[in-house]
Write a protein that binds this ligand. Structure first.
Ligand SMILES: C[S@@+](CC[C@H](N)C(=O)[O-])C[C@H]1O[C@@H](n2cnc3c(N)ncnc32)[C@H](O)[C@@H]1O
Ligand code: SF4
Length: 460
């Protein structure tokens, strides 16, 4: 195999700069996906996929509006100019639900995830309307987890009680930092008080698991500021704490305004991530499989871990949401709320692009996503694909062994990448040659600009 490190770094950047969905472990990369398909074709691929009776089936719902856009945010969401937009959006969402209902109604969902954007911007009545539509259209009798992405400023005690009533058992609170100067420079204004109030209310409402999202590497963030935030968060004992190193992409307002991280800032970000990790571990948190550091494996994002561990399907609803009809296709919805609503008002599924999948695509996705979390279980691979990974990927494994980037044991393929940047490069050696060629054709004009020393600065 040839050394493709530079090209793989370019692909990583290509994925990051076009990824608005948070669907970061993309295979095949979304920038290669083809044209949208008709309702009939989409529903046919679901009908074939669901016929396999997967034990795990996820439902993701995206609410792409926020009060204001944080300058670091790489995800698809836009400022909510008028509350009427939420009303129209909800009406369209219900139309989308109606199209899938006849096909999905009898298959039990194992997880539901309401994300954004800021789903907490929905009023009490709108949240009720959304949950009622979900409960009436899907089978939630065996649902293990209902997750909700909550912004403390919009989660009143009454909303939290309502979430609990509708079965939400995992709340993820994004705060990033409790340092008001850091938040202000990121165009974000939540206060320490509103976070603590929301946290305690969620506990009192009986929401079983709480995750807190923090970021390091933001403008103006020092070790002192990060440690202070960590101290205050850890004191509350959330079940999970995510540390996201700030990864600026072309989709962030930060980069769009000409911002860049200097080498020193990237080094500081790496140091802050390491310090945070050490502090969290010292406070009794441990790595949870397919997730962050936590107190309790039940608090992990079940939808994400099912998708990785079992290669299970998930249906994405809402503008910009991704779906995976396992064995058949992946596709993504239009990432424009107006176009999304227009399409559904015409009775048409709001698809932006699609990708037909082969079994090899599924196997490569499985390997690359497991490697992201450290190691691939060969037994699980054989269970799912009825093939031996050592044979299917003999060449790739041999090559990565010579580069000392993988350890091959009888039970596992273990990643030896030193950091996420290296993982992003080396996991791509499992990519299919045809996909590599397509990526090369799309990205080659830029390949000459890459510097080897930059590699460790990549993050997800
Ligand atoms: C899908 S976002 C939405 C979360 C929610 N709207 C909020 O603000 O809390 C989930 C998390 O991704 C992280 N995030 C957003 N942009 C990022 C970036 N450019 N680099 C690293 N992490 C980022 C933040 O920690 C954020 O809480
Ligand atoms: S981080 Fe959250 S609140 Fe900020 S813009 Fe992104 S989705 Fe909206």
């Amino acid at each position: 195999m040839e050394n493709n490190d530079f090209l793989f770094k370019r692909i990583t950047e290509g994925i990051a700069n076009t990824d608005f969905s948070g669907y970061t472990i993309q295979y095949p990369p979304m920038f290669l996906w083809g044209k949208a398909r008709s309702n009939r074709e989409i529903l046919r691929s679901w009908s074939k996929s669901l016929a396999n009776n997967f034990r795990h089936l996820g439902l993701y719902v995206h609410i792409p509006f926020c009060k204001q856009k944080c300058s670091f945010c790489r995800y698809f969401s836009q400022e909510l100019a008028q509350r009427a937009a939420l009303k129209d959006y909800l009406a369209a969402l219900k139309k989308e639900i109606k199209i899938y209902k006849p096909l999905f109604a009898k298959f039990p969902l194992s997880s539901v995830y309401l994300g954004g954007g800021t789903p907490a911007l929905l009023s009490l009545g709108q949240l009720k309307e959304l949950f009622d539509a979900l409960y009436m259209s899907f089978n939630l009798n065996q649902c293990r987890q209902i997750s909700f992405e909550g912004n403390p400023d919009f989660l009143s005690w009454t909303k939290l009680k309502l979430l609990k009533k509708y079965g939400v058992n995992r709340l993820t609170i994004g705060i990033q930092s409790l340092d008001s100067r850091v938040l202000e420079s990121a165009n974000r204004y939540q206060s320490k008080e509103s976070f603590e109030r929301c946290f305690q209310d969620a506990r009192n409402a009986g929401i079983a698991n709480i995750n807190v999202d923090l970021m390091v590497g933001l403008s103006g963030q020092t070790a002192k500021s990060v440690l202070k935030t960590l101290e205050e968060v850890i004191r509350l004992r959330p079940e999970l704490i995510h540390i996201h190193p700030f990864y600026p992409t072309a989709l962030t307002a930060f980069m769009q305004a000409g911002g860049q991280l200097s080498k020193e800032e990237m080094d500081l970000r790496e140091r802050l991530a390491k310090i945070s990790q050490a502090v969290i571990r010292q406070a009794g948190y441990a790595a949870i499989e397919f997730d962050a550091n936590g107190l309790n494996p039940a608090a992990r994002n079940v939808q994400l871990s099912d998708a990785i561990e079992h290669n299970s399907p998930f249906l994405g609803l809402g503008a910009g949401a991704v779906s995976h009809a396992t064995g058949y296709s992946r596709y993504v919805n239009l990432n424009d709320p107006d176009k999304y609503c227009y399409s559904l008002n015409q009775g048409k599924l709001p698809i932006q692009s699609t990708c037909r999948l082969t079994q090899r695509d599924e196997m490569i996705y499985f390997i690359t996503s497991w490697l992201r979390y450290g190691r691939v279980s060969k037994e699980r691979f054989r269970d799912i694909f009825k093939k031996d990974p050592d044979k299917v990927f003999a060449k790739e494994i041999a090559y990565l062994k010579t580069r000392k980037k993988i350890k091959d044991t009888p039970g596992f393929l273990c990643s030896k990448s030193a950091n996420m940047g290296e993982y992003a490069i080396f996991s791509k050696y499992f990519y299919d040659q045809k996909i590599i060629a397509k990526c090369r054709a799309v990205l080659s004009p830029l390949a000459g600009r890459i510097k080897r020393a930059d590699m460790k600065y990549l993050y997800f």
